[in-house]
Design a protein around this ligand. Structure first.
Ligand code: ADP
Length: 969
């Protein structure tokens, strides 16, 4: 209607109005179009097409400002010209999209300052734009800046390719208006696009946080490690748009694949690979920095590893366990000193090598990896805790079991004397349930206690009360009644109990019933006493075996005696066998006790080495058959490492039943009553005691015999002494008379010889010779009697020496040797005096000293039946006490002296067992006298001999020499 009213003006006005109307129409349509979309691409396409159409140009293009680059960048264009061939368009197209116009370039600056638009008649005329113009065939162009609220947004360019032209006012006006609309639409679309991108980014971030949360949830739940890894991998792959991934743990220097997540069925997980052989993985593990590694950057063994796992281009992310310094409670040195540790690697895989991860992606992967590391650490700690807990529980249950299995009764008491029963043994003994609690005096009222001697114990003196007062109670014994009323002896140990501050809170006591132990101790002591009192070895061993058989519930046994000389065991007696079975059995034992050289000697050696031994086929794998039925326990009777004999216990099967059982194997082996370790230990103990008893008995017997023989000896010697004294006294005068008379008669008869006939002379000569024998014997007898007298004097302490003078011992020795050589011409008797600056002078009784040497030389001759040489040697010597002495040695090569006789040679009446093999008889007093005489001179004597006939003896005596002022050499 309005249009009708204004149709009256002139035709120019009308055209102008028409144009304005069309223009506004176009603009409205464009504005609508632009506003209808927030899709920038779409807006730009609509913009260039409609602008070209509306403004009647062949080409319209749009450039947008890229803030980051500070340049106008071509976005899209519309071209309707058909004068350009396709090829040229395509080539120009590619270049155009890559070109840009810096905002600060003079052309752009001019445009922005143009205040709405810029008409360039020939773009190629401007040197800066010449290339652009030629490339894109631009001649005359209309440029419209797109400005929104003073901010440049971009630019529109309108032209006809390769043509110089002008633009009408309508065209330029339209273009400017379009530019204004477009700037708004583009800016809006861009803002929208930005907001959209922001939103997407936020969504992505939220998604990532969500997935981290999911993984963290898995970590913190009780999911197992592999589930945590799977969840982590799924999230990582999804959130990062990856094509799969894997997790591998680092153990020592090994990289072990533990989780693999690929779009398809995951590759086979292989064993482990040495980390140091995988340079990229190793680098990430060492530095703790994630890294993106392209397929082509992998070398050597890493290629193989990548192939095995199915990896191509990967982000390698370390799983780092952080040193825990955040929690102040756990800050201690170990924690502080623990550096961050890389416990594994996560691989995020991409098939396309053009992928380039952004910072955010890597940070996200690190977050997930941190969760995985946390899980690993958590599981490690959990495993440790679980292990510790298991150990603790095990220990606690074991302790508990021990506690209840203990034979000792355990109670605890607080400081007020309230006692609680803690374990089975205590509960059983006291007849009250476990954990029953009452005051000590209630217990004592119910169970009065006594000392072992039978004295009642007051509560005040009871061990527990004393322990509560701080006394230490160790193995104290007292008597009380058990719940069943039986009297028992208890042994109690009490220890104080402290709280964590070290304050005493009570006592714990352990008591045990020692009645049986004490009783068996007494029994053993009694048995030992009886054994030790017995002196008959056989009786002892019999009683030992009898008791042992009863104790170990055995019917048969035997005792063997060991013969040390032959190293053989012989049976002493057996118990429990009949005659026939004894014979068989003893024969069986002979097999191992006296084995043939090619048979097994192990059992014999064991018992000889003083070990208890079980003898049966099982212990005898070498020749099992002969011992198939034998089951014998043998323990050596020994003491002080000396084996006296053997104690044998028998549980062998009779031969017949042994044969039967082996003949019918299907009935299975008969149950055999075998010896236990306990039996072996008990028997060994008993055998040791028996050894002790046997030793004691032998010792007693020996002592008894020794006492007897000593008494007898003393008695005999005493009677000999009496006899000697009497003989010496009674025989001396008659002997002197006999000697004197025989000499006198011989002397008187000799002159008569001449007066007698030849036969008479012969008779007389014989009579004189006989008188000589009488005289000789009388002299010998006088010598004996004199010895008797001297010995009697010695035993009565009456022998005295002449007052001592300097005596030259060498001279005396020489004289004795000369004299003896004269009387015993068959012997070579020599005197070897070692040359010395000092004479061999001693202080003493020369007659007695002569007697000493003479006696020794006489014995040497007497006990050298084959006239061997006799030597008297003299030298000066130093005693062990460093005293200078004269040493005389009388050596012979006669019968020698047995070792056992040597210590007794200087006793009176002692004669060595071999003395009868010497010449002439003796009474065993000579050496006694010699030793006494030397003793009276301050000297000493000893004898040496190998005991071998022909090697003779040496009698060596020493006397203190008289020293002159000269020093000895
Ligand atoms: P007897 O009168 O028996 O010779 P002695 O007291 O002189 O008495 O000697 C004691 C024992 O010493 C002798 O019986 C003899 O067995 C032993 N005896 C002494 N001297 C020797 C010797 N030179 N060679 C071997 N045995 C000797």
């Amino acid at each position: 209607m309005l249009a009708d009213q204004i149709t009256t003006p002139n035709p120019e006005e009308h055209i102008r109005l028409q144009a304005a109307l069309r223009e506004s129409e176009i603009l409205r349509e464009l504005a609508e179009l632009l506003a209808s979309s927030l899709d920038l691409e779409h807006i730009l396409q609509v913009l260039v097409k409609r602008t070209a159409e509306v403004c009647e140009v062949e080409r319209c293009s749009v450039w947008l400002l890229e803030d980051a680059r500070g340049a106008l960048r071509p976005q899209t264009y519309y071209l309707s010209s058909h004068s350009l061939d396709r090829k040229t368009i395509k080539a120009a197209d590619a270049m155009w999209y890559r070109s840009s116009l810096p905002v600060d370039s003079p052309a752009v600056q001019r445009l922005l300052q143009s205040g709405g638009m810029l008409y360039v008649e020939d773009l190629s005329a401007s040197p800066a734009m010449k290339r652009l113009a030629e490339t894109f065939l631009v001649r005359s162009t209309l440029l419209i800046p797109l400005i929104r609220e003073g901010r440049p947004v971009g630019m529109l360019s309108l032209d006809d390719p390769a043509q110089t032209r002008s633009f009408s006012a309508t065209q330029t006006q339209l273009a400017r208006a379009i530019g204004q609309q477009a700037a708004i639409a583009i800016d809006n679309a861009r803002l929208y696009q930005q907001a959209q991108a922001e939103r997407q980014r936020a969504e992505r971030l939220i998604e990532r946080v969500r997935s981290i949360y999911k993984v963290a949830l898995a970590v913190n739940s009780s999911e197992d490690l592999s589930t945590v890894f799977r969840i982590a991998m799924e999230n990582l792959v999804r959130s990062l748009g990856a094509d799969g991934g894997a997790i591998a743990l680092i153990e020592e220097d090994e990289l072990r694949l533990v989780s693999s997540h690929f779009g398809y069925v995951g590759p086979n997980m292989t064993g482990s690979t040495q980390l140091s052989r995988l340079p990229n993985c190793d680098y990430v593990a060492r530095t703790g920095h994630p890294m993106y590694v392209r397929e082509e950057e992998i070398e050597g063994e890493e290629i193989l590893f990548y192939r095995q796992v199915g990896l191509r281009n990967t982000i390698i992310v370390p799983l780092i366990v952080r040193a825990s310094t955040t929690n102040e409670d756990v800050v201690n040195e170990t924690h502080l000193n623990t550096p961050d540790r890389c416990v594994g690697l996560a691989f995020v895989n991409y098939y396309t090598h053009t992928f380039q991860p952004g910072k955010g992606q890597i940070a996200y992967a690190q977050d997930i990896a941190a969760q995985c590391a946390l899980a690993i650490e958590k599981f490690r700690l959990l495993a440790e805790v679980r292990q510790a807990a298991a150990k603790a529980t095990e220990r606690a249950t074991t302790l508990d079991a021990i506690f209840h299995a203990m034979t000792e009764g355990i109670t605890v008491a607080d400081m007020q004397g309230n006692v609680m029963i803690l374990n089975n043994a205590a509960s059983h003994f006291l007849g009250m349930p476990k954990n029953y609690k009452n005051h000590l005096n209630a217990f004592l009222r119910r169970y009065p206690t006594y000392t072992v001697e039978g004295q009642p114990i007051s509560e005040d003196q009871f061990p527990l009360t004393r322990a509560l007062r701080g006394e230490r109670i160790r193995s104290e014994r007292f008597v009380t009644r058990r719940a069943d009323g039986e009297e028992r002896i208890l042994e109690i140990n009490i220890a104080p109990m402290f709280d964590s501050q070290g304050e005493q809170i009570g006592v714990v006591s352990a008591f045990r019933d020692v009645s049986e132990a004490i009783r068996s101790e007494q029994r053993i002591r009694q048995a030992l006493d009886t054994m030790l009192r017995m002196t008959d070895v056989k009786a002892i061993l019999h009683s030992v075996l009898e008791r042992t058989l009863t104790t170990l519930n055995c019917q048969q046994g035997a005792v063997y005696i060991f013969n040390e000389e032959q190293q053989k065991f012989t049976p002493l007696f057996t118990i429990g066998f009949n005659e026939e079975s004894e014979e068989h059995w003893l024969k069986d034992q002979q097999m191992w006790l006296d084995p043939e050289p090619d048979e097994y000697h192990g059992f014999y050696r064991q018992v000889i080495d003083a070990h208890a031994t079980l003898i049966n086929a099982e212990q005898y794998p070498y020749q099992p058959n002969p011992l198939g039925h034998v089951m014998v326990l043998a323990a050596p009777i020994k003491h002080n490492k000396r084996v006296h004999g053997l104690l044998l216990l028998n549980r062998s099967m009779p031969r017949a039943s042994a044969a039967e059982s082996s003949a019918s194997p299907e009935t299975g082996p008969q149950e055999r009553y075998e010896f236990s370790i306990w039996d072996i230990a008990v028997l060994e103990g008993i055998a040791q005691l028996a050894g002790l008893a046997v030793d004691q008995a032998l010792w007693q017997q020996e002592a008894f015999a020794a006492r007897n023989s000593e008494a007898m000896l003393r008695e005999a010697n005493e009677s000999k002494d009496d006899f000697m004294a009497i003989t010496a006294h009674e025989f001396r005068t008659p002997l002197t008379i006999v000697l004197a008379q025989s000499q006198l008669i011989a002397k008187n008869l000799t002159p008569l010889q001449k007066k007698l006939s030849e036969s008479g002379q012969e008779v007389l000569q014989k009579a004189i010779a006989n008188l000589g024998i009488v005289g000789e014997q009388a002299r010998h007898l006088t010598g004996v009697v004199e010895t008797f007298l001297e010995v009697s004097q010695i035993t009565n302490g009456q022998l005295t020496l002449n007052s001592p003078v300097d005596v030259d011992l060498a001279e005396i020795a020489q004289q004795v040797v000369n004299q003896s050589s004269a009387t015993s011409p068959d012997h070579t008797i020599t005197c070897e005096i070692e040359p010395c600056k000092q004479p061999y002078i001693v202080k003493g009784d020369s007659a007695r000293l002569r007697q000493v040497i003479a006696n020794l030389v006489e014995n040497a001759i007497k006990y050298s039946p084959f006239d061997g040489p006799v030597t008297v040697r003299m030298r000066r010597a130093l005693t062990v006490e460093q005293k200078h002495v004269i040493e005389v040695c009388v050596a012979d090569t006669g019968i020698g002296i047995p070792a056992e006789a040597l210590p007794h040679l200087f006793e009176r009446f002692y004669r060595a067992p071999n003395s009868s093999s010497g010449k002439g008889k003796g009474v065993g007093l000579g050496l006694f006298l010699v030793a006494e005489l030397l003793r009276l001179h301050g000297g000493a004597i000893r004898a040496e001999s190998s005991g071998m006939f022909g090697e003779g003896s040496r009698f060596i005596f020493t006397l203190p020499g008289v020293e002159s002022a000269e020093t000895l050499d």
